[in-house]
Design a protein around this ligand. Structure first.
Ligand SMILES: Cc1cc2nc3c(=O)[nH]c(=O)nc-3n(C[C@H](O)[C@H](O)[C@H](O)COP(=O)(O)OP(=O)(O)OC[C@H]3O[C@@H](n4cnc5c(N)ncnc54)[C@H](O)[C@@H]3O)c2cc1C
Ligand SMILES: NC(=O)c1ccc[n+]([C@@H]2O[C@H](COP(=O)([O-])OP(=O)(O)OC[C@H]3O[C@@H](n4cnc5c(N)ncnc54)[C@H](OP(=O)(O)O)[C@@H]3O)[C@@H](O)[C@H]2O)c1
Length: 616
């Protein structure tokens, strides 16, 4: 039915859509980060060393696109490092390999993804160590720690129509359905890797699979004066410490560590490596007593694993609502706990995702605490909601509570002592502050100190791909990698450090936090326009190719897709628009009907909770 509606909608619009062509890009455009204009050459940022050797971390969609963009210019020798055994990143689905339980409470961001495993002190690199006679289970654990199984599930549908996930250099085949799923994406990303001759069977020396980047350190050149023998240390680039895992038998494996030197680094390591678990009182006790019954959405694979069980899903964003939808009809009972925070449950995207939750699934407010157990068995445990309602009888709990940014290979730029909204004073009050660098990562809710969310202002030879939320990652990474490659090749100029910092502090004035990295369709389109305008203008001055803006018909197709995929969603403006109107039902908090206890005040409080089904 869903695909039928979609087909009808798409077909009825196809005539007008075909007419739309990629538009000529403007040479100047307004800047979404206010009024940055491209700098004069004299005032532009001067790199401390020439850039030829570039490392890319990650062979997901973003890393592959970055490789493609860098390869278009002849200036670079590019190496790509991937901890997994093959390309695909997030789209390498494994039915039987899943990540271990997410820590409760969270690990510090310095090791929230993995704890770097360094060679023994003082050994000469490369260094190899063999492990023989190891239990099979242990070999699997080491492999899993290295590759990090990806957080997707068997019947995952894409978050947008096919055009939303397109490599422009390799368009989807015509016959691919518009409504695609995990299988299509997995094949497509691997096909793109093959198109670039980067697949694991291509024997391309530019790429190293099973290779995790453990540490990135600054490299220095040391010169000795012939006059007075004095040594001078000058910054010269980056050294990557790499760790390759090779399984040599059922009970054996080997680890090899080595170093490679680079002038610049593209971090395309993804946003979903470090799970986030909420700091709810009592949850850590529950997780330590029943680790096999409490999981994170990154471990979820199929609803059948929850057949006939009572499942509490925590988190009302994409994962939580989609998992709740899948569990409906397979699990015995499904309860979804949604946090009513200012920036979340009320935003159009969240309302859209909540609108798909079937009516059999009860949506309840945030959890206040997990009570200490007074009897054995998880089903005896009591969960108290913020409104005082007590729920019990759960067999399983799924934490669909998202992820945190974590780059364990860049520990020098992680500062876990700063809270989300704290910064190191840039000048003065404390004498040390001017020497201390601004970090990239603090509590993991955002990345800070970036120019255009691409360049680390402290060290603009470190660049990031796909770190924003609410972007079309396949498309947007084409533009951000074009920026990195063109700037590092000298075909586009960046403003001075002072200018970039000034802009950054203006932006921070609006606050760091969960929404700091959030874009969305309109902001992404505006920034893309700005980036293309800047690069094309500089290409006229400094040489290089011109970029084309993406076609606008993607947005129209997306709108149609949303209407078909979320028939109960009224749209961001709250109107029914031209789509099927919502049926007005009986609200959503029928806790008593589900066989759970609620105290006498619970229901009244629940009624005052502001996100209700009929609001969507
Ligand atoms: C459940 C789920 C569903 C999603 N659905 C969609 C969707 O439908 N459509 C969509 O557009 N996006 C979706 N996304 C977002 C998805 O992440 C992007 O589509 C895309 O995969 C991002 O590509 P990437 O290359 O930036 O990151 P990733 O695909 O995450 O790739 C990063 C790569 O870096 C590697 N890596 C990490 N650290 C290291 C290291 N230290 N050393 C070496 N390698 C390293 C990882 O192994 C990985 O292969 C979804 C995400 C999730 C979690
Ligand atoms: N089909 C698909 O394509 C698909 C499926 C799943 C995921 N994804 C993608 O994967 C990414 C991650 O999505 P996600 O849903 O896993 O993470 P997410 O979007 O970060 O959402 C995490 C959710 O957990 C909530 N939360 C945190 N602590 C909570 C608590 N104590 N109680 C209740 N709720 C709590 C958050 O609420 P606040 O907002 O208040 O913080 C937020 O709603 C997204 O980019 C998404 O598009 C795609």
């Amino acid at each position: 039915m869903r695909s039928l509606v979609l087909t009808v909608l798409i077909l009825s619009s196809i005539g007008t859509l075909n007419a739309a062509q990629p538009r000529q890009q403007p040479f100047r455009s307004t800047d979404p980060f206010e009024d940055i204009t491209t700098p004069h050459e004299a005032s532009s940022y001067k790199f401390k060393w020439p850039i030829h050797r570039v490392a890319i971390i990650g062979a997901g969609a973003g890393g592959l696109i970055a490789y493609h963009q860098f390869s278009r210019l002849n200036n670079f020798h590019v190496r790509l490092f991937e901890r997994d055994s093959m390309p695909g990143g997030n789209w390498h689905y494994t039915a039987n390999e899943t990540s271990p339980n997410a820590p409760v409470p969270n690990f510090p961001t310095s090791k929230a993804d993995f704890e770097p495993d360094l060679p023994p002190d003082g050994v000469k690199l490369p260094y190899e160590k063999s492990f023989e006679g190891v239990e099979e289970q242990r070999v699997l654990e080491v492999k899993i720690d290295q590759r990090a199984p990806k957080p997707i599930w068997e019947r995952l549908g894409a978050t947008g129509p096919r055009s939303y996930q397109e490599f422009r250099a390799l368009p989807w085949p015509e016959q691919t359905p518009i409504d695609i799923n995990r299988t299509h994406l997995q094949r497509y990303v691997r096909t793109f890797a093959s198109f670039l001759s980067l697949n694991s069977n291509d024997n391309n020396l530019d790429v190293s699979y099973n290779t995790r980047v453990e540490r990135v350190t600054k490299r220095y050149n040391i010169t000795t004066s012939t006059e007075n023998g004095q040594q001078t240390k000058t910054e010269a680039g980056w050294t990557l410490l790499l760790r390759r895992f090779t399984q040599t038998g059922n009970n054996s494996y080997k680890i090899r560590w080595w170093e490679e030197h680079f002038d610049a680094l593209v971090v395309a390591s993804g946003r979903f490596n470090a799970p986030n678990t909420p700091d709810i009182p009592g949850l850590s006790q529950w997780a330590s007593l029943y680790p096999h019954l409490i999981s994170h959405s990154r471990q979820y694979r199929r609803p059948e694993e929850f057949a006939n069980q009572s499942v509490l899903v925590i988190g009302g964003s994409v994962s939580g609502t989609e998992i709740a939808e899948e569990l409906d009809g397979v699990a015995g009972k499904v309860i979804l706990s949604v946090r009513d925070s200012e920036d979340s449950a009320h935003t159009p995207p969240r309302k859209m995702h909540l609108s798909r939750v079937p009516r059999n699934v009860s949506i309840v407010p945030e959890i206040k605490s997990f009570h200490p157990f007074t009897a054995p068995g998880i089903t005896s445990g009591k969960v108290e909601l913020l409104n005082g309602t007590i729920l019990h009888g759960f067999d399983r709990i799924i934490l669909a509570t998202g992820y945190r940014y974590s780059f364990p290979f860049l520990p020098q730029y992680i500062n876990t002592s700063l809270r989300a909204n704290e910064t190191i004073p840039i000048q003065g009050t404390d004498a040390k502050s001017t020497q201390r660098q601004q970090p990239l990562i603090t509590d993991g809710t955002h990345i800070r100190s970036l120019h255009l969310d691409i360049f680390y202002i402290e060290e603009p030879t470190i660049g990031f791909i796909n770190m924003n939320t609410g972007i079309e990652t396949f498309l947007y990474s084409e533009f951000t990698s074009a920026v990195l490659s063109k700037v590092w090749a000298g075909q586009a100029k960046m403003p001075s450090s002072d200018f970039m910092w000034a802009r950054h502090w203006e932006r921070v004035g609006k606050g760091y936090g969960r929404t700091f990295m959030a874009y969305g369709v309109e902001k992404q389109a505006a920034i893309t326009k700005y980036l293309v305008g800047w690069l094309n203008q500089d290409a006229v001055k400094y040489g290089g190719y011109q970029l084309n803006l993406p076609s606008d018909n993607r947005l129209q197709i997306s709108k149609l897709w949303v209407a078909a995929r979320f028939p109960n969603y009224r749209g961001g403006d709250g109107s029914n628009g031209e789509w099927e109107p919502l049926s007005t039902g009986d609200g959503l908090f029928a806790i008593n009907n589900l066989g759970f206890d609620s105290n006498s005040e619970g229901e009244r409080d629940v009624e005052t909770w502001s996100v209700r089904r009929d609001d969507w």
